[in-house]
Design a protein around this ligand. Structure first.
Ligand SMILES: NC(=O)c1ccc[n+]([C@@H]2O[C@H](COP(=O)([O-])OP(=O)(O)OC[C@H]3O[C@@H](n4cnc5c(N)ncnc54)[C@H](O)[C@@H]3O)[C@@H](O)[C@H]2O)c1
Length: 433
């Protein structure tokens, strides 16, 4: 099939590349000229493991191309995926202006039957809004609108896309849904389901999934905080809980709160959708509140350790990305942490294996950027571990000791064994242990 993806970011680029990998012809479009130029030269503008190899292969085999021209997209494709941003408005609701602006342009350009698939995370009812936009200038028989929310996780996005747990297709046209099933069939050979449903249910499924995962994180952070108060160990509690098959082991790790481009905005947007429908989704209010305080839990511990005196203290931060294996720092807990350190007049040095370039965009000259994780520790009073990158798991502790002025570590991801750290002479604080 001839497929186009409008919006070539974390989701759009992975989507386009993976469809090309199964033999389709894909045209990816973005209005960011620089991004498209780099892609046309074969450069991947984001860090996503496994993407480069696929991208390179599919470009060389002429199945994957890039453009900035939406007219080219319409002329080329039978199916157009929208993978556009849906950032939060000031009140936390989803900003649909990107999606609706492109829908409007499509209504002016489409001249033959086209399936418009929304892959962005959008509130219930958006498909109807997109339909209405298209209908303003197009006869109904020239288009169908599908909701196909994306569940990939950054860091393992390629794997997730190629082997999804499930595919959700919201649709009210048999013609479009047959087309979608054919497209996804190669990805579900191992028997994972394709769920067909109405448009509204598909849209809500995505938010409900993300909000539930965020709720698990906030719940475990509360459990961890209670462990600290009661002298219990959250590692043991987590294992005891997670082995119950009704609960499951995943997504039970306490830490410095959830971040990233999805959970914070999606929880808030779902809360707002409920409010618009005069429903008070009380759990979500608590999930957000817990997360807000949890993001600064290391700062609380740090201040307690240094008797509220952070002025002039040299603090190293390992990890800026919101999670390992991505360079994405949108809404990352590290941002709140570093901002708080800066406003407390601490002297901050940071290291991240992939995300320093994005950190520089935000913090500019306010902090020091260390390309090497040990250089970051030069003469520091304390180290904060904010992202659990694999390289932080088994560091050279002797080298760390040589570099650090004080052997104090605040670990927001429970990376190390508490006993071993004590034996090695570190003053080691973690979460819920
Ligand atoms: N990142 C994730 O892990 C993830 C996972 C599932 C769903 N989602 C959802 O997918 C959507 C996209 O997320 P993302 O992380 O890929 O965003 P992103 O910001 O990385 O990418 C969006 C792209 O759209 C481009 N764009 C903006 N306006 C455009 C226009 N008028 N025409 C063409 N291109 C335009 C931007 O330049 C950017 O490259 C969001 O709704 C998000 O919630 C994201």
């Amino acid at each position: 099939m001839k497929i186009a993806v409008v919006g070539t970011g974390y989701v759009g680029l992975v989507t386009g590349t993976c469809f090309a990998e199964t033999g389709h012809h894909v045209l990816c479009m973005d209005n960011n000229l620089e991004k498209i130029k780099r892609l046309q030269e074969g450069q991947v503008p984001i860090y996503e493991p496994g993407l480069e190899v696929l991208l390179d292969r599919n470009i060389k085999q002429h199945r994957l191309e890039f453009t900035t021209d939406l007219k080219e997209v319409v002329d080329f494709a039978q199916i157009i995926f929208l993978a556009l941003p849906t950032p939060p408005n000031e009140d936390g609701s989803a900003d649909l202006s990107y999606v609706l602006a492109v829908a409007e342009r499509l209504s002016e350009l489409i001249v033959r039957y086209t399936v418009v698939v929304n892959k962005s995370t959008v509130p219930v009812g958006t498909a109807e809004l997109v339909k209405a936009k298209l209908k303003e200038k197009l006869p109904l028989e020239l288009f169908d609108v599908v909701s196909n929310p994306e569940f990939l996780r950054e860091g393992v996005a390629v794997e997730d896309f190629l082997k999804p747990d499930r595919v959700v297709i919201g649709c009210d046209s048999t013609k479009a849904s047959e087309c979608m099933k054919e497209l996804y069939e190669p990805f579900v050979r191992q028997g994972n389901p394709i769920y067909e449903m109405d448009l509204r249910s598909a849209e809500l499924t995505k938010y409900a999934a993300n909000a539930y995962l965020a709720a698990r994180i906030s719940f475990m952070n509360e459990v961890a905080n209670l462990c600290e108060k009661t002298g219990a160990n959250v590692d043991l509690v987590r294992m005891g809980m997670g082995s119950d098959t009704r609960i499951g082991k995943r997504f039970l790790f306490p830490g410095v709160g959830y971040g990233g481009s999805c959970f914070p905005k999606d929880v808030h947007a779902l809360y707002n959708t409920a409010k618009e429908h005069e429903y008070n989704f009380r759990i979500l209010e608590a999930v957000m509140e817990v997360n807000k305080t949890q993001k600064l839990i290391l700062i609380q511990k740090l201040k307690k350790h240094f008797n509220d005196q952070l002025k002039g203290k040299k603090i190293a931060v390992w990890g800026v990305a919101f999670k390992p294996n991505t360079d994405d720092i949108r809404e990352a807990p590290a941002i709140s942490i570093i901002n708080s350190l800066i406003s407390s007049l601490a002297i901050v040095s940071v290291h991240d294996p992939e995300a320093l370039h994005n950190a520089k965009e935000i913090f500019k000259e306010q902090i020091r950027y260390a390309e090497d994780m040990y250089d970051c520790l030069e003469e520091v009073d304390a180290l904060l571990i904010v992202t659990e990158w694999a390289v932080f798991r088994s560091p050279d502790f002797e080298k760390m000791k040589e570099k650090m002025k004080n052997l104090v570590i605040f670990d927001g991801r429970n990376v190390y064994d508490t006993q071993k750290m004590k034996q090695m002479g570190f003053n080691y604080y973690s979460i819920g242990r």
